[in-house]
Design a protein around this ligand. Structure first.
Ligand code: GNR
Ligand code: NI
Length: 189
């Protein structure tokens, strides 16, 4: 297994739509294992393939110790009820903001064996699933912010982005302290 480099805001791969998976190869199984290892090392609750430089429509999530592989996921039904909650992204370290989204979603996907499943989720899991599916469509949580808040977030990011030459975040080299830093939201945008 391997801890993969994480692409950060500015890398064009984060804005590309992904390609649906047609065959689950051994190589994809290894990618999935590496994505879990990378997500855990970086202390994230989800990770989408473009964040590790891949264009396949694959994401992993782990909310409340329930690891889930999502291949070709789609939202089949959002709830009409909305909820606001704080989001961060491993590809935009140290930037946090409130995002309003459907409070619940039903997602259909293939598991790592290619078997179709549906998951009905609410609250944090629903938020995480929507965040990951957005990544697979080239979308980032910043896209939901008001112009004012997005501008503030981008100004803050511009200062941090010097730490990630080539839009690469080498999480394998980050110390536990540095990783924890990214877990502590500072001021609200
Ligand atoms: O670790 C993460 N936490 C998180 C918090 C609120 C909403 C979404 C997320 S996903 C994020 C990891 C990540 O960037 N996944 O793409
Ligand atoms: Ni993200």
């Amino acid at each position: 297994m391997a801890i993969l480099d994480i692409r950060v805001l500015g890398d064009p791969i984060l804005r590309q739509a992904t390609t649906p998976v047609t065959e689950i190869t051994d190589e994809l199984q290894r990618l999935i294992d590496d994505m879990f290892q990378t997500m855990r090392h970086a202390r994230g609750i989800g990770l989408a393939a473009p964040q590790v430089g891949r264009t396949e429509r694959i994401a992993v999530v782990d909310v409340d110790d329930d690891p889930m592989v999502l291949i070709n996921p789609e939202i089949v039904q959002p709830t009409s009820a909305k909820a606001k909650g704080e989001e961060g992204c491993l590809s935009i370290p140290d930037i946090y903001a409130d995002v309003e989204r459907p409070k619940g979603v039903t997602v259909r996907a293939l598991d790592r064996h290619g078997k179709v499943f549906e998951v009905e989720a609410a609250d944090l899991l629903a938020r995480c699933l929507q965040h990951e599916i957005d990544h697979l469509d080239g979308k980032l949580f910043l896209d939901y912010l008001s112009v004012l808040k997005r501008t503030a977030a981008l100004a803050k990011w511009r200062l941090k982005s010097d730490d990630y030459p080539g839009y690469v975040r080498r999480v394998s080299l980050e110390t536990p302290e540095e990783l924890d830093e990214h877990q502590h939201p500072e001021e609200e945008l």
